[in-house]
Design a protein around this ligand. Structure first.
Ligand code: NAD
Length: 334
């Protein structure tokens, strides 16, 4: 099948080409898919996209008119797709529900450890011959309370790793996970989790109910000086409210792998440009903020799984087989 693959970097080409083994005709495009670039999809029955491609109703209509029938997402999340429009256009949507929950959980823990022990600051100091310890004081993770918001695949693994450090675990989820209960996690209301956790790590999906889950009200409920980690989706956090929380000291540490307006920034080298996003630039000025550019998923194992599952999904569609990774658009509300 002829597939237009958007938002491709060298690593995407490498892993997809290896997994494809000439099964499909993959044509790699560097730009993101949006209304402007949708013209490139002419003649392709399938397109393959990543998290920051724009899949709004207008773009979906344009690609459907070009003959696209399959949208293969190289991601688990599908919050960036207008599902109602996809359903109305009779598009088939497939995704990669799990590629390496370990990758994201381990990155969340890496952020916790780096922020706590100030590794990001110590690295620069030592390179400049500054071996002073002032300002680098950390705390023992052992015995601290960690609140996990969303205890699915990634949240549960994060909990398991932190359990190994001797942390007490609180959880908030619409449905408790037996693996987390087995670790001794106590499920509580969100306000109670925020009020009692030294560290809060977000692992729930971005859906209308979780948009700005961490806003002014939630920040007001947090333990003073707590650490907030978000490796899930940027819009779970109201960034302006979090900036205020950092300034007041309510939030003592912030680790972000995702950012509300990341579409304009992440995955590109902007080091020669003036960044226009003042909210983002303000975050960079805090010594207790650590930001990575949506790289939590970025391990060899994850890229291999993403590529293999994506190629498998496309093959299922081409052969008319039931694909276990198809998003059921019949469930989307009118
Ligand atoms: P999952 O579906 O296994 O788990 C999500 C959990 O959130 C479930 O237990 C679900 O019940 C819970 N949930 C749903 N609605 C909720 C609500 N309103 N409040 C609290 N909890 C709620 O998903 P996962 O594989 O663990 O992935 C979690 C998230 O991680 C994804 O949605 C995605 O946004 C993000 N992610 C980020 C990266 C990255 O590179 N940074 C990579 C992969 C996934």
């Amino acid at each position: 099948m002829k597939v237009a693959v958007f938002s491709t970097k060298s690593y995407d080409r490498t892993f997809l080409t290896a997994a494809n083994a000439d099964k499909h005709e993959l044509v790699f495009f560097e730009p993101r898919l949006n209304l402007e670039t949708s013209v490139l999809t002419a003649g392709f029955p399938a397109v393959c996209v990543f998290v920051n491609d724009s899949l709004d109703a207008k773009t979906l209509r344009a690609i459907a008119q070009n003959g696209v029938r399959l949208l293969a997402l190289r991601s688990a999340g599908f919050n960036h797709v207008d599902l109602a429009a996809a359903r109305d256009l009779d598009l088939t949507l497939v995704r990669v529900p799990a590629y390496s929950p370990y990758a994201v959980a381990e990155h969340a823990v890496a952020m916790i450890l780096s922020l706590n022990r100030n590794i990001h600051r110590a690295y620069n100091r030592v390179r400049e011959g500054n071996f002073a310890l002032d300002g680098l004081l950390g705390f023992d993770l052992h015995g601290k309370t960690v609140g996990i918001v969303g205890t699915g695949k990634i949240g549960a693994l994060t909990a398991k790793i932190l359990h190994g450090f001797g942390c007490r675990l609180l959880g908030y989820d619409v449905s408790p996970n037996p693996d987390c209960l087995a670790l001794g996690m106590e499920y509580v209301a969100l306000a109670q989790l925020l009020g009692n956790s030294d560290i809060v790590s977000l692992h729930c999906p971005l859906i209308p109910e979780t948009y700005h889950l961490i806003g002014a009200e939630a920040i007001g409920q947090m333990k003073l000086g707590m650490m907030l980690i978000n490796t899930s989706r940027g819009q779970l956090i109201d960034t302006k409210a979090v900036t205020k929380g950092l300034k007041s000291g309510r939030i003592g540490y912030l680790g972000l792998d995702v950012y509300e307006q990341e579409t304009d920034l992440f995955f590109e080298d902007l080091s020669n440009q003036v960044i226009q996003d003042d909210v983002f630039v303000r975050l960079l000025t805090f010594p207790n903020v650590l930001i990575t550019g949506h790289q939590a998923f970025f391990t060899e194992e994850a890229l291999q799984n993403i590529a293999e599952t994506t190629i498998g999904n496309i093959t299922d569609f081409e052969r008319g087989r039931t694909c276990p990774n198809q998003i059921d658009l019949r469930k989307v509300q009118k």
